[in-house]
Write a protein that binds this ligand. Sequence first.
Ligand SMILES: [Zn+2]
Ligand SMILES: [Zn+2]
Length: 259
Amino acid sequence: MTGWMDTHCHLCLLKDEQGSNHDVMLRARAADVHRVLDVATGKDNWQCVLNHALAFDDVYAAIGIHPTSETLYADADWQTMATLARHERVLAIGECGLDFYHEPESACGHQYERFERQIELAKQLNKPLIIHTRNSSPQTLAVLRDVGQGKITGIMHCFVEDKTVAQQALDIGFYISFSGISTFKNATVVHDTIGYVPLDRMLIETDSPYLAPVPHRGKLNEPAYVAKVGERVSALKGIAPEVVRSQLEINAKLLFALT
Ligand SMILES: [Zn+2]
Ligand SMILES: [Zn+2]
């Protein structure tokens, strides 16, 4: 039996009313979600995501620094991150990238430095990257090309860009992950991009607790709802849900070297 994988969620940021992580994972399994990648956003939750990956067989961790993380990172922090990232339950480095939505690019020098260091770590550990890019796709792709030197792969997470940007990400060997935004009626650019990206280069995610898909839009999101994203991809592509599900599972296994 194949299952869905939520390739990007933040279990450490779920709210009390969503119940314990145990409850959240029971609901995920009941919705045929077989794997969950719990993604860190900074040093405040590195240990938290790793603890989840150690507590649940079907939860894995990604360790990294979000571009808008306000914490300062000393050399000792970078060393801690490199040590934790080496753990076999840590599948990827991230989320990292560039985000010029909250700050103008001119104020974002530190974002480039952090991003480049995390790409170097991914290269060194031979693990994929989880990329966050907002109002910054040309710059993000340029850094991935220059620093990655063709030696890295990963996921463009919560993708909302058009086909041209999608093609550039595919050209450098990245997978493209779609979120609950795909279920929103007015997200026509995302719908077009889903039609364009080949199924064997695609993944899906919730980014929970944010961006709950229809019919849960506006409420808290959780990994169980990734099935709604999979069903939306199936409808947009005109491909049966079982076929979508098994291809996305093959993609995740290949990218994360899972058995
Ligand atoms: Zn993100
Ligand atoms: Zn995220």
